[in-house]
Design a binder for this molecule. Structure first.
Ligand code: GLC
Length: 535
């Protein structure tokens, strides 16, 4: 059983959300467990004010598409006022919307329209750092005696050398010396993103108030950016010599963070228990993620990025799934699975551009135990855009997966002005309009997968069990009481016979055309995946 804090019920009527076609199974489980999330990168989704950059009115105009896709919640990458050194992950005002995206009124309109269409809304919350243009930092850097001096992490250097050997995730030292006081400030990311000092109680209270500001407006939760970094050893010890060339973002794991996460969770609990926080914790192994769930009193879910870092191989995928099952057991640990996001190449690009591999990966993602998080555009089978050197804007080289969504087949592709980044390849073929009209498209496949997940409690909430299968394939079973589904995925470039005995299983969804509804013959075409039910 979950602890009492975790027993939160999703009362759609009380929230004014449209009722969803869900079974009794969901009534005893928090809404986010049976949800599918959809990440929107606001600059690249849809342009409502004709300046070539996506915005909140643009997102609102496309909510019908998102709702019809069949997802349950959207997560917006940062929309706050920002100088955009890291495209919004450098926040200069946590309670204002950047004018590029709109204003608080356009946010409220988006939120209420999303709720009207049955979609929850999560914001990105960036607790580890602010922009160097945030008034808190401008004050902090102004003098040694600033009342906000201790809100950031200032240290004396060693002569011309920084206080310790930490590296920035974007390259170079994680410290910059500031002329005003000759002290150094810490920035684990860009120097335009100074780290907040969560050892200071005023910072804790101010960042809690940021959460309350948006919770009061009605948001359903947050995606918390690199939230494992906030608890620190105040002595800031050097990285060991053998890791001195690496930043600490992939390894920092301090007990103090858990104390802070419990405080953050208690802010969410002030709002009746159904607001959710999904954490970005970039530690490599799932057993390192498990503690961030606490005793159901820290993060509700932690992204599992395992599938983003493996090649297209049954062995590698199988290992990620087995590791997660072992390290994130029920009842307290509900995984959150991701194939693509704004920080990594899109999964179709990672899998050699193969459409069939991308489709099989999608079927796998949407049939796992845990909450899947889609990245807008993956349902269209998009590839990363090729970005000419002159058009590159991201200091982290991530522009390719952040390219604008092609909505239409004709010139402009739904972007009324020249968009801020080039579109992905072949937008005449890979766009929402063309794919909506094609029953064999990747978009149509995602819709069938999402519809089946909505209908089948085994897929949403059921147990997960790996079954034996030939090399280059995976086979697993999901079950919830009498509701049982089997999933078979081929990673081979050849036909694979006898993946399992063909004993009365029918194909419900297949990534290849013409097979759905047929009795399964136990074979998989190259890079094919199927969901099966008892006929
Ligand atoms: C997270 C974000 C990434 C950003 C970084 C610093 O990893 O996903 O886009 O650059 O944090 O905020």
């Amino acid at each position: 059983m979950l602890s009492p804090l975790g027993l939160v019920f999703y009362d759609k009527r009380a929230l004014g959300l449209e009722p969803l076609n869900r079974s009794e199974a969901d009534s005893s489980s928090p809404w986010w467990r049976s949800a599918v999330m959809y990440q929107i990168y606001p600059r690249s989704f849809a342009d409502g004010d004709l300046d070539g950059i996506g915005d909140l009115d643009g997102i609102r105009s496309r909510l019908g598409y998102v709702a019809q896709l069949g997802v349950d919640a959207i997560w917006l990458s940062p929309i706050y006022r920002s100088p955009m050194a890291d495209f919004g992950y450098d926040v200069s005002d946590h309670t204002a919307v950047d004018s590029i995206f709109g204003d608080l009124r356009s946010f409220d309109r988006l939120l209420s329209e999303a709720h009207r269409q049955g979609l929850r809304v999560l914001l990105d919350w960036v607790p580890n750092h602010t922009s160097s243009q945030h008034p808190w930092f401008l004050d902090s850097r102004s003098s040694l005696s600033s009342p906000k001096r201790e809100w950031y992490i200032w240290r004396d250097g060693h002569g011309d050398e920084p206080p310790n050997n930490w590296r920035s995730a974007f390259g170079g030292p994680a410290w910059t010396r500031d002329e005003a006081t000759s002290q150094w400030f810490l920035h684990l990311f860009l120097r335009e993103q100074p780290d907040l000092n969560w050892g200071n109680a005023e910072v804790v209270a101010a960042m809690h108030d940021v959460l309350r500001f948006w919770l009061d407006r009605g948001v359903d939760g947050f995606r918390a950016d690199v939230v494992h970094l906030i608890g620190r050893d105040q002595l800031l010890p050097n990285q060991p010599e053998q890791r001195a060339h690496l930043d600490i973002v992939g390894s920092h794991d301090h007990p103090r963070t858990h104390v802070l996460l419990r405080g953050i969770r208690s802010v969410l609990e002030e709002y009746g228990g159904d607001r959710v926080m999904v954490g970005e914790v970039t530690l490599e192994r799932p057993e390192l993620l498990a503690p961030y769930y606490g005793l159901d009193d820290e993060l509700h879910m932690v992204f599992n990025f395992g599938l983003m870092h493996v090649p297209w191989s049954a062995e590698a995928f199988g290992r990620v799934l087995d590791d997660a099952e072992r390290a994130l057991p029920e009842p307290g640990h509900w995984p959150c699975w991701v194939l693509s996001n704004h920080d990594q190449p899109r999964h179709r690009s990672r899998f050699s551009g193969s459409e069939s591999r991308a489709r099989a990966a999608a079927l796998l993602l949407l049939s796992l135990r845990g909450t899947p998080c889609l990245y807008a555009g993956e349902e269209l089978g998009l590839l990363d855009a090729a970005i000419p050197a002159a058009s590159r804007v991201d200091p982290g080289g991530r522009d390719g997966s952040r390219a604008p969504i092609p909505w239409e087949a004709t010139a402009g592709h739904g972007w009324p002005a020249r968009p801020w980044l080039p579109l992905p390849p072949d937008p005449e073929r890979w766009n929402a309009e063309t794919e909506a009209a094609d029953p064999d498209s990747t978009l149509a496949l995602y819709k069938r997968l999402l519809a089946l997940r909505r209908m089948a409690p085994a897929l949403r909430l059921g147990s997960f069990q790996r079954l034996g299968s030939p090399p280059d394939t995976l086979l697993y079973e999901r079950s919830w009481g009498a509701d049982v589904r089997r999933v078979a995925v081929s990673f081979s470039d050849q036909l694979v016979m006898e993946v399992s005995a063909a004993d009365g299983w029918r194909i419900e969804v297949a990534t290849t055309s013409g097979r759905e509804g047929l009795l399964w013959d136990g074979a998989l075409a190259p890079s094919e995946a199927v969901i099966l039910s008892r006929s």
